[in-house]
Design a protein around this ligand. Structure first.
Ligand SMILES: [Zn+2]
Ligand SMILES: [Zn+2]
Length: 281
């Protein structure tokens, strides 16, 4: 079984009820955080997951809403890991990830210096292993495999989606993208597709060009659902709602997806959890 928890279903616009984009994927005791938007560690704490419990951080792209709490994650993991020689945190993302991580650690350079000077058992800065990929296999450990494929979020490039396989279960995470061949191929035959969505019927009619611009590099609810249908997945999990999903309007969003996709449709608030596959897998 693979367990998906929507830690943050928000967007770049601060929302009192929705953390920034972040999804937790758990399989075989391994814990993967996909993107680390605003408030991610507070949401993770709500389900008993700490920064020190992550097996890897997976980044779909380097937009601010998806990496907003990278610094908090790196520092908090560092100061809450009490092993003498903690294993580095694997961070898998598109090209540019190493530079972003390095710059983030540099931004926290004073903090790191204070803590190393103060604590006898903190001698090294946060340990990370950064891997940059645009396609191919990126993880193979104890039955869990992960591969990535390029997505299309241009002019943001490169961007990637992730596919996590364990036993007979498979989950694909799109990140931000318009419909594209890379995601179609990655999601083909998967059990579940976690897809970011925007309501182009709403955002496209806001009389503010900067907001309308958002439409041309994201998938609408209908487009995400059509991608799920083309790939033949069993479950579509929608997240990263733009504009924010208002309580009581869930069925309106669901109906738009159901027009394109006949499978199971999941959407909801932060901490919404979806199980994929049989419990024994
Ligand atoms: Zn985004
Ligand atoms: Zn984006």
């Amino acid at each position: 079984m693979i367990e998906i928890t929507l830690l943050g279903t928000g967007s770049p616009i601060p929302d009192p009820n929705r953390a920034g984009p972040a999804t937790l994927v758990r399989a075989a005791g391994q814990v993967f955080l996909v993107d680390c938007g605003r408030g991610v560690l507070q949401r993770a704490a709500a389900i008993g997951v700490g920064a020190n419990g992550l097996s890897a951080l997976l980044l779909t792209h380097l937009h601010s809403d998806h990496i907003g709490d990278l610094g908090d994650l790196l520092i908090t993991r560092w100061i809450t890991t009490f092993a003498p020689d903690p294993a580095p945190l694997p961070i898998i993302g598109p090209p540019g990830t190493a530079e972003t991580v390095e710059a983030t650690l540099r931004a926290f350079g004073h903090d790191i210096g204070y803590r190393v000077a103060h604590h006898a058992d903190l001698n090294e800065p946060p340990a990370v292993d950064v891997y940059e990929y645009t396609e191919g296999p990126v993880w193979d450990r104890d039955g869990v495999t992960i591969r990535v494929a390029p997505t299309d979020h241009r002019p943001v490039a490169p961007t990637i989606g992730f596919r996590v396989d364990f036993g007979s279960a498979s989950v694909v995470l799109s990140g931000d993208t318009v419909p594209c061949a890379g995601l179609d191929e990655l999601a083909s035959g998967a059990d579940a597709l976690v897809h970011t969505v925007i309501r182009k019927d709403i955002v496209g009619n806001i009389p503010q060009q900067r907001l309308q611009d958002v439409c041309d590099y994201h998938s609408s609810v209908e487009e995400a659902a059509a991608t799920a249908a083309r790939a033949g997945v069993g479950t579509l999990v929608m997240t990263h709602y733009v504009p924010a999903l208002v309580p009581g309007q869930e069925e309106q969003w669901r109906a738009r997806a159901a027009g394109e996709f006949g499978g199971r449709i999941e959407l909801g608030d932060d901490l919404h959890r979806v199980e994929i596959g049989e419990p024994d897998d």
